[in-house]
Ligand binder design. Sequence first.
Ligand SMILES: [Zn+2]
Length: 55
Amino acid sequence: MTIDCDCGFVAEGDTDTELVARAQAHARDAHGIELSAALILQRVGRRPGPRSGLR
Ligand SMILES: [Zn+2]
């Protein structure tokens, strides 16, 4: 499964745990924010839209 960040980064993981860890690491490194696991999992498989909270 994958999750797209609004910046164009795509995090991939075989499990929810792996995906969340990668997305959190990216958000921290690239954007300086902490994402909750719940928020990340909400976005799994969705394309970022204009109402998305991520930059
Ligand atoms: Zn990003």
